[in-house]
Design a binder for this molecule. Structure first.
Ligand SMILES: Nc1ncnc2c1ncn2[C@@H]1O[C@H](COP(=O)(O)OP(=O)(O)OP(=O)(O)O)[C@@H](O)[C@H]1O
Ligand SMILES: N[C@@H](CCO)C(=O)O
Length: 323
């Protein structure tokens, strides 16, 4: 691989927590970012797409900084980079934009120098940057991830998403930074609430492994983060209570929010009509503009794109964009 020829990667968005699995469970979703990096004489950025506004275009950019961490870890030097990025993933909405940027940058930088670092190392580096393994694990490995982090190393299991599982996301038209949504959380929770979450997170994991979509309603409940975050998202408490009677298998705040994610049975005819109308109408009644999309779980995590010589970055992306 020539350094100046560069590499391109495609990395999925993700939803974290799945309700009870705070900082533990994550699932990759069918919304993507694409990143190209090349060695260059001078560092430069080409940020494309509606989601990229306001991101820095100098060496303080997350992609550049993460790429440099890979080179340093591998003992190689590539100081100047030309970086191109196109993203469909909205920033600060709870769909793992920062995790996808981190994972995309790690995978691309590693590939650029001949892939000296194993995935397990990339996962540890990504988790160290995000501080929790849920979104980064899903973007790196795809599917559903259950992971633990000891402050230095992440261990995980990957679960193949059940074939009939789909999602409907309602994305409010305002940003909520993860840092702000974490400030709302208490430093301690009661033993009763810990048991409530451990039991449901365990049931969720087992149900997803076994394809038991009928158990999601009981499993997708939380007492350790959603109640504290609900005041930050108008309509959230009502939606969490009511959506299961409108066609959702279960519903949760996606990551740190403000997006909410309904797990649905893809075969259920209520999803496109009744459930999506209910979600949009409820947000509207709270004075919040929102967008509602069906997204699917995706089995593949970050992928290196082949045959990049024949097409420009943007031409290649145009053939792939899903939203
Ligand atoms: N491509 C990118 N380049 C540089 N910085 C990015 C990029 N994508 C995301 N970020 C940074 O990540 C921030 C968003 O991260 P944050 O954790 O608040 O939300 P999120 O990752 O979208 O949602 P969540 O973690 O709840 O799923 C952005 O404000 C930006 O600073
Ligand atoms: N587990 C994280 C995901 C968001 O990055 C949280 O809920 O804060």
């Amino acid at each position: 691989m020539s350094l100046s020829q560069g590499v391109r990667v495609k990395v999925p968005a993700s939803t974290a927590n799945l309700g009870p699995g705070f900082d533990t469970l994550g699932m990759a979703l069918s919304l993507y970012s694409w990143i190209e990096i090349k060695a260059s004489e001078q560092t430069g950025f080409h940020l494309h797409g509606d989601q990229m506004g306001g991101l820095p275009t100098d060496k303080s950019n997350l992609i550049y900084k993460v790429a440099q961490m890979v080179f340093e870890e591998a003992g190689q030097s590539v100081p100047e980079l030309e970086i191109s990025m196109y993203s469909e993933i909205p920033l600060t909405r709870g769909l793992g934009s920062s995790a996808s940027a981190i994972v995309g940058a790690l995978a691309a930088a590693n590939a650029l120098i001949g892939s000296p670092l194993p995935d397990s190392k990339l996962f540890d580096m990504a988790t160290n940057l995000e501080k929790h393994p849920d979104n980064v694990g899903a973007s790196l490995f795809g599917g559903i991830i259950t992971a633990v982090w000891d402050g230095a190393h992440a261990d995980y299991m990957r679960i193949e998403p059940p074939a009939d599982l789909g999602t409907l996301v309602v994305i409010p038209d305002f940003e909520l930074a993860t840092s702000k949504a974490r400030e709302a959380l208490p430093a301690q929770v009661s033993l009763a609430d810990a048991v409530y979450n451990i039991s449901r997170s365990s049931l969720m994991t087992a149900a997803l492994c076994a394809g038991r979509l009928d158990l999601i309603r009981a499993a997708m409940q939380d007492r350790i983060h959603q109640p504290y975050r609900a005041p930050l998202v108008p309509g959230m408490s009502r939606i969490l209570t009511e959506a299961p009677d409108q066609g959702a298998l279960g519903i949760a705040l996606s990551g740190a929010g403000p997006t909410m994610i309904a797990f649905v049975d893809r075969k259920d005819p209520r999803v496109e009509g009744q459930l999506s109308t209910y979600l949009m109408e409820t947000m509207k009644s709270e004075g919040i503009s929102a967008a509602c999309y069906q997204l699917n779980p995706v089995a593949e995590g970050v992928q290196l794109m082949d045959d990049i010589n024949n097409k420009s970055f943007l031409d290649m992306i145009r053939g792939e964009v899903t939203s």
